[in-house]
Design a protein around this ligand. Structure first.
Ligand SMILES: O[C@H]1[C@H](O)[C@@H](O)[C@H](O)[C@@H](O)[C@H]1O
Length: 648
């Protein structure tokens, strides 16, 4: 049977079984509610009437199928859900923009405010550190005040932080602004996926949550374009770069004043009338009774099963299925960061310079090509997530990422091995000896952040090379000697290399970088967020997401803070080999522990964690299949108690 034909059969069976389920529920209400949430899309009230006539009228399976199709066509998702998702994903955009814009802004800032390495690291990492803290605190915030309030708070923080950054006159104020923005990022990063997952109809959930990551990478791309555009404004260009984020933040804030709270949170807080109203707004012409009852029953059942005493995190840890889900969710976020994405993003301009791009501004523009690749391939992920499923997508993506990291490492290794010799040892004008002049190879010179490589070329051979201190105010030139004056040495055909060595293998690192993004972006980028929004039962969702987002940010700060030092100790290739090693361990983790959640109903997802952790690899062959067994015995049917899918 062709794939298309088999999909059609599957669709028909699913439609039929849902319609049958609808009929059974009409007879057995209200006990079926708990299993019904995921099927609400299929269950329009009018359909039961058409089903009655189709089934009882003796039209048989053909009529039933037509009724099912009609119902499918009627059940369109209202545009309102998309509006809500897009406004929420502005939080993702701001997350991406504020983490992405800093690398370009830093190139200007360090010159204008004479920032040393410590301050540069502080300004980059403080935001991420603050995001870690507020993501962890965001769980409680979400629980007490709701998703809408948390998103409003995040956009207010984004606005205030951006205004402070745009107006800053010293590095301390900049630090304060970056901290405030970071608090906003943390709250948005954990709340937005939860909110989108809770308002989306089940069949669109994966895709809509993945769109949030598309907005993150879109924000990073937009930031890199803004960086490029304002890099021409040497004085104060950074103010525009950092301040522009206020615009989408204000839009999100005002948008959310008119957007609704998550119906799920409202039901939990006993505001049932409001919840029903919002749910019907979100579901258009579909009946909401089942979904509403399902949420309500779930909350009650879970309370009975797990109890409601004590902090949610303790209940999650002492209840095996949620404990396992938490390990999988946090593990995914940890490996996302350990595979080095943010080293690549934050330092992409530098990596490009290392691989031979000399001009500062060109490096910034090329960094936007990096961000664009990340963005476009995240789009591929949005498309693939419902087709190949979460598990295969994540595994394939990380496997490719590991290979790309090896290519990147190999590129730097080759470059280091053919690193040009230093043939000329100039004496400092002050007479003081500099450590730079002691190095014998370009590679050692490049790894010292205080030194740069000055040389001439004879055809393709490096000649007259020296290692001299860098000008602290501008890494484009040396502190003294032949490479002291950028405009002058360029006319004299003398070259200056800061952070890289001229070698014939530089392109390998560039290839590694591109391969990395092509593989990372569709899977390892979005899936940790998407999977985390799905794997926890309702009562544990915001806490689970708070923890896993917190882990994401903690590892983000660890990896980006340590990159330059790791490179100094292990060299660049050593650092990338290390990330490749982490990614390899991540592959084992995903193979063993990540179950497939595609096409599963929420209740089924919880049961995926009933078994011992890391047994997923064993059941690989069944993964991702959507199987519903139905037995059709003519029009006179009796439904077993089992499920809507068991039809006679
Ligand atoms: O999923 C996102 C995305 O991949 C971004 O590009 C990255 O900067 C973030 O750290 C990550 O969480």
């Amino acid at each position: 049977m062709s794939r298309k034909a088999s999909e059609n059969v599957e669709y028909t069976l699913r439609s039929l079984s849902s319609l049958m389920g609808e009929r059974r529920r009409k007879q057995q209400e209200p006990d079926a509610a708990s299993a019904a949430g995921e099927r609400s899309l299929l269950a329009a009230a009018e359909s039961s009437a058409s089903l009655q006539s189709a089934g009882a009228g003796g039209g048989g399976v053909g009529d039933l199928e037509r009724a099912a199709r009609r119902q499918f066509q009627q059940d369109e998702t209202p545009a309102f859900v998309y509006v809500v998702a897009v406004f929420s994903a502005l939080g993702g955009f701001l997350f991406g923009y504020d983490t992405g814009v800093v690398s370009g802004a830093m190139l200007l800032l360090k010159r204008q405010l004479s920032l040393d390495a410590l301050w540069q690291e502080l300004l980059v990492s403080s935001t991420v550190g603050a995001a870690a803290v507020s993501a962890l605190a965001g769980g409680a915030l979400n629980g007490v005040f709701g998703r809408r309030a948390a998103i409003l708070l995040a956009s207010a923080l984004f606005t205030a932080g951006s205004a402070v950054l745009a107006a800053a006159n010293n590095k301390e104020t900049l630090l304060a602004g970056r901290l405030v923005v970071g608090l906003g990022i943390g709250i948005a990063s954990m709340t937005v996926p939860v909110y989108i997952a809770e308002v989306s109809p089940p069949n669109l959930r994966g895709r809509l949550v993945t769109i949030n990551t598309l907005f993150i990478t879109g924000g990073q791309f937009f930031a890199s374009v803004v960086d490029g555009a304002f890099s021409y404004l040497q004085k104060d260009g950074w103010r525009y770069m950092l301040g522009l984020a206020a615009i989408p933040a204000v839009i999100q804030f005002f948008g959310f004043l008119f957007l609704p709270e998550s119906p799920r949170w409202l039901i939990q807080k006993g505001q049932t009338q409001k919840a029903r109203r919002i749910l019907s707004q979100m579901r258009g012409n579909q009946t909401i009774d089942e979904e509403y009852d399902s949420i309500k029953n779930n909350i009650e059942e879970e309370e009975k099963e797990v109890g409601s005493a004590g902090p949610v995190i303790c209940r999650m840890l002492s209840y095996p299925p949620t404990r396992r889900a938490l390990i999988v969710g946090c593990g995914l976020q940890m490996f996302q960061q350990l595979s080095g994405i943010n080293t690549i993003m934050y330092y992409s301009a530098t990596i490009l310079q290392m691989s031979g791009v000399e001009d500062d501004r060109l490096a910034i523009w090329l960094a936007s090509v990096t961000a664009f690749t990340n963005f476009i391939f995240t789009l591929v992920g949005v498309w693939l997530v419902e087709k190949v499923g979460r598990r295969k997508l994540t595994f394939g993506s990380l496997a490719g990422t590991t290979v790309a990291l090896l290519v990147l490492a190999l590129g730097f290794l080759l470059s280091a091995q053919v690193s040009p010799r230093i043939t000329f040892k100039p004496v400092a004008p002050s007479g003081q000896n500099s450590t730079c002049t002691r190095y014998s190879y370009c590679n050692d010179c490049m790894l010292d952040p205080d030194c740069g490589f000055c040389y001439r070329m004879n055809k393709s051979t490096v000649i007259d090379s020296s290692c001299v201190p860098v000008n602290k105010a501008s890494t484009n030139e040396a502190a003294w000697g032949r490479c002291e004056n950028e405009t002058k040495f360029k006319t004299e055909e003398v070259f200056w290399a800061y952070n890289f060595c001229p070698t014939p293998y530089s392109w390998t690192a560039l290839l590694g970088l591109i391969l990395y993004l092509i593989f990372f972006a569709p899977g390892m980028g979005p899936m940790p967020w998407t999977v985390n929004s799905e794997i926890y039962p309702l009562w544990a969702r915001s806490t689970g997401n708070a923890c896993s987002s917190g882990i994401n940010w903690i590892f983000n700060v660890l990896v980006s803070l340590t990159f330059l030092h790791t490179a100094e100790y292990l060299t660049y290739y050593g650092a990338f080999f290390l990330y490749a090693g982490f990614a390899g361990v991540g592959l084992l983790f995903i193979y063993g522990c990540l179950p497939e959640t595609k096409g599963k109903k929420l209740e089924e997802i919880e049961s995926l964690f009933d078994n011992r952790l890391c047994t997923c690899g064993a059941s690989d062959s069944d993964e991702g299949r959507y199987i519903e067994y139905i037995r059709v015995k003519g029009s006179n049917y009796h439904l077993s108690d089992n499920d809507a899918s068991d039809v006679e």
